[in-house]
Structure formats: C-alpha cells, structure tokens
Design a protein around this ligand. Structure first.
Ligand SMILES: Cc1cc2nc3c(=O)[nH]c(=O)nc-3n(C[C@H](O)[C@H](O)[C@H](O)COP(=O)(O)O)c2cc1C
Length: 234
C-alpha cells in the first residue's frame, strides 16, 4: 500500500525555471530541479509536457533556474505557478538579467541562480526530464534562506497544481488533511470560508451568497487565478 504521507517526507526546493531570450521567454515554478552529478556539474529539471516553458527549453536548449527565497511573495507563485504563459507575457514587469546564453533570469525573490545547457531529454510520461550542464551560477543574496517545498506547504499553506510532479489529487489530499501535521494547518471543517492556498484570498459563502460547492469547477481565484480545488476550507 502506498501511504501518500510518505511522499511529503521527501524534500524539495522551489524555483523559477525560465527559457527563451530577450525577444520571447517564459518561465514556471518548479519544485523538481536537482543536481545529478558533481563532475561535471549537471542538473535535471522535470517539466510537464503541457507547460509552455517546455517548448522554450526544447527550442533554445538552455534554461535558467532562480532559487527562490523563503519570503517569496504569493504573487510570484500565482504568476509563474498557476498561470500559463500561453495567454500573456509572464516576463513583462519582472526584474530580469540575461545569462551567458542570453536566457533571462528572473531576479524577483531570487537568492541565487543557475544557468544550464540541455544535453539530454528523458520522457517520463506526463513530464520531460531535461538533463543539463551547469554553465554559470551566482549567489544573489546571503541573508535570506531558500524556500523549501515543506515550508511552502506548511507555513505558507501552498499547494502544487496538476502540472507539478508532486500534485496530489483531491481524494488523496483529503487523506493528507487527516494526518497530524496537516491537521494543525487547517482550521475547523465546519466553517464556511475557503482560503486560496496560493495567495490567501478568502471566499466567504455568506458575503457571496453562494456556497463554495455550488461554484462551477472552472471557477478561479479572483486574485491569482488558482483553481477551485486549491482552496482549503477554514
Ligand atoms: C509549488 C509548485 C511546484 C510546481 N512544480 C512543478 C514542477 O516541478 N514541474 C512542472 O512541470 N510544473 C510544476 N508546477 C506547475 C507549473 O508551475 C505550472 O503548471 C505553470 O503554470 C506552467 O506554466 P507555463 O505553461 O507558462 O510553462 C509547480 C507549481 C507550483 C505552484
């Protein structure tokens, strides 16, 4: 039997993976960038085949990885993690610098960045794993801790959407909510307010005169665009 809670004991960081150039680029939030060899230093990034960014990585052959700080704003998670760049330019208004390959690096809330040249692509079903050689890396801030997936989930009460490799579907998530550690994170089940796990927006049934369950499945968080299933009853 697979105990889904065991999967949450695996540690990850949180990153913005970006590909493209100064003309056109895109990026997404990832919790699955990791170093795979030391000599030469190589990294892997696991990217959903439906992510718009996958197309940029394939086309340009490079990606950058902004290592996010523990203080990363909810807006950044909403912007890069819950919306696709197919509909708008995600880079507009961001603080950017350009790497050796001309790939943009998102500097917002970043404490370090890596720049990588893709050398291989592995098909793992729903996702590609892009394996890449490190060509540049820099620390941007010594003062702030990096964001971990654990911190994002427990302290910031964030969740990962469908395209993330660590996505948990609703029925399994309910099982997760029954665990001791998550029990402390969610408030009473009898309340009729729901909080967006991404940006913190509160949906109040009384104010909106509509029960949360009556909202259509296509309904999105009015602040950050997160899906209905990303709301937690509080
Ligand atoms: C906390 C978090 C972790 C995520 N991790 C991944 C990941 O490792 N791989 C992935 O493909 N998508 C991941 N996602 C989902 C993508 O960021 C999301 O689908 C994004 O909207 C894709 O953007 P794009 O279509 O513009 O590339 C994650 C999202 C969040 C919020």
């Amino acid at each position: 039997m697979i105990d889904i809670n065991a999967l949450f004991k695996v540690s990850y960081g949180l990153y913005i993976v970006t590909a493209g150039n100064s003309e056109s680029a895109n990026g997404f939030i990832s919790n699955t960038v990791f170093q795979v060899t030391a000599e030469p230093p190589r990294f892997a990034a696991c990217c959903n085949k439906n992510n718009y960014t996958s197309e940029f990585i394939e086309q340009h052959g490079y990606f950058t990885c902004s290592v996010l700080s523990q203080n990363t704003s909810s807006d950044i998670f909403g912007h890069f993690g819950y919306k696709t760049g197919r509909n708008f330019n995600k880079m507009e208004g961001m603080q950017l610098k350009y790497g050796l390959s001309g790939t943009p690096v998102v500097l917002n809330d970043a404490i370090a960045f890596l720049e990588c040249k893709v050398i291989n692509k592995v098909d793992v079903g729903t996702h590609w794993i892009f394996i890449a050689e490190l060509i540049d890396a820099e620390v941007l801030s010594q003062d702030v801790e990096q964001m971990t997936y654990d911190y994002y989930r427990k302290i910031r009460r964030g969740v990962a959407p469908k395209n993330a490799p660590t996505y948990v579907d609703k029925s399994k998530a309910e099982a997760e909510v029954k665990t001791e550690e998550v029990k402390n994170e969610v408030a009473s089940a009898s309340a009729k307010k729901y909080k967006c796990a991404v940006c913190g927006h509160v949906y109040d049934e009384q104010k909106n005169n509509t029960t949360f369950s009556d909202l259509s499945e296509q309904w999105k968080c009015p602040d950050c665009g997160a899906d209905k299933e990303d709301f937690i009853e509080i």
